[in-house]
Design a binder for this molecule. Structure first.
Ligand SMILES: Nc1nc2c(ncn2[C@@H]2O[C@H](COP(=O)(O)OP(=O)(O)OP(=O)(O)O)[C@@H](O)[C@H]2O)c(=O)[nH]1
Ligand SMILES: [Mg+2]
Length: 332
């Protein structure tokens, strides 16, 4: 599975990936993330060590150059891989550059192959209110903040995906809106930030939009807002967007498995409704289909049990199907 994180330069993409990897290489509740290449593990661990132990501006990674770097990871439970995922790290400036640039084209191609999109928006621009508790919108503030966060190029890409895949609420496309540097706006409280984020990405939250959207605040440490050069690194929520992407992919697999089960089951019903002589002739075919049904049912249960382990974690952050807030569960 491919995941793309869209976000402008300095929005915190590289730091998020480093934080997610280092936190999840130790793991949470039995879930871990591992790099499939040991050199990648070394590279990411070195960068993370610099962040944790370093002081001053140098602790932070340098902004990306015009190359696209691909990282391959496994998402595991009890040290057994549940699913592999590929991640790209690129310069956020590519989001606003001309499509004739090589890396811009590669980025757009990668987006189209991705099973889940992460939209990276920095909490440093979410300190002023857009929507109040009564639902009144300050459109001027919304416009200013949308410009700072470069929402438009992200919305354009979402529109492209809509055209290409035409997601529906029955078969939705998963998007995680990752509010990075949440330490910088956390004083406002989660509800206020979630209200504003919904206003910034309004098309995702319309009835029957076909988008399954998670809004997830993340931070590398709550002290960083006041003290970016030496504040303690202590990541918050960095595992949740990846857990969501894996959950959504499992859900899609479960849906496909269920559809296949129903199809075989219908065929079997038809076979069994024939007269005794035809049934006798088809007895081997019927037995095969019965065995197939059992096998598919087993596969379905395995997928559901993997989903079940993830759902508990996912209750911590809001999830929407179109305009409706939903709970992650194992039903499909
Ligand atoms: N307060 C705070 N600052 C952060 C956090 N994460 C990143 N930053 C700051 O944001 C800067 C940019 O982060 P990067 O991860 O390099 O941003 P990027 O999106 O990869 O940028 P490009 O590579 O240019 O596209 C860092 O140098 C830090 O100063 C965080 O959790 N909290
Ligand atoms: Mg970067």
């Amino acid at each position: 599975m491919k995941i793309t994180m869209l976000g402008y330069t300095k929005s915190g993409k590289t730091c998020y990936m480093l934080g997610m990897y280092s936190f999840m290489s130790v793991g949470l509740h039995g879930f871990t993330v591992s790099a499939t290449d040991l050199d990648v593990d070394l590279d990411l661990t070195d960068k993370w060590d610099a962040l944790v132990c370093g002081e001053g501006e140098e602790r932070w990674p340098t902004g990306n150059d015009a190359n696209i770097y691909t990282y391959s990871f496994d998402f595991n439970y009890a040290a057994k891989p549940i699913m592999g995922f590929d991640w790209i790290d690129y310069r956020g400036g590519a989001l606003r550059d001309k499509t004739s640039q090589a890396d811009v084209q590669d980025l757009l191609k990668y987006v189209k192959e991705s099973a889940c999109l992460f939209l990276c928006i920095s909490g440093e621009f979410l300190t002023k209110e857009i929507v109040d508790a009564a639902g009144n919108v300050d459109y001027g503030a919304r416009q200013r903040i949308a410009t700072q966060l470069k929402i438009q190029p992200m919305t354009n890409i979402i529109t492209d995906i809509q055209k290409q895949l035409n997601p529906t609420n029955a078969k939705p496309f998963p998007i995680a809106i990752v509010v990075t540097k949440y330490d910088q706006c956390m004083k406002r409280g989660k509800d206020a930030v979630v209200r504003d984020v919904k206003q910034l990405f309004e098309p995702l939250f319309q009835p029957n939009s076909g988008w399954l959207t998670m809004i997830c605040p993340v931070s590398l440490g709550k002290d960083l807002a006041d003290n970016p050069t030496s504040g303690e690194i202590n990541p918050i929520n960095v595992h949740l967007p990846v857990a969501f992407a894996v959950y959504a992919k499992l859900r899609e697999n479960a849906l496909n498995t269920k559809a296949y089960y129903n199809q075989v089951s219908r065929e079997l019903d038809t076979d069994k409704a024939r007269n005794w002589f035809v049934k006798l002739l088809n007895s081997e075919k019927i037995a095969n289909k019965e065995a197939k049904l059992k096998e598919v049912e087993g596969q379905f249960q395995v997928i559901q049990s993997k989903m079940e382990r993830l759902t508990e974690e996912l209750q911590k952050v809001p999830l929407f199907l179109g305009n409706t807030e939903v709970k992650a569960d194992v039903s499909v």
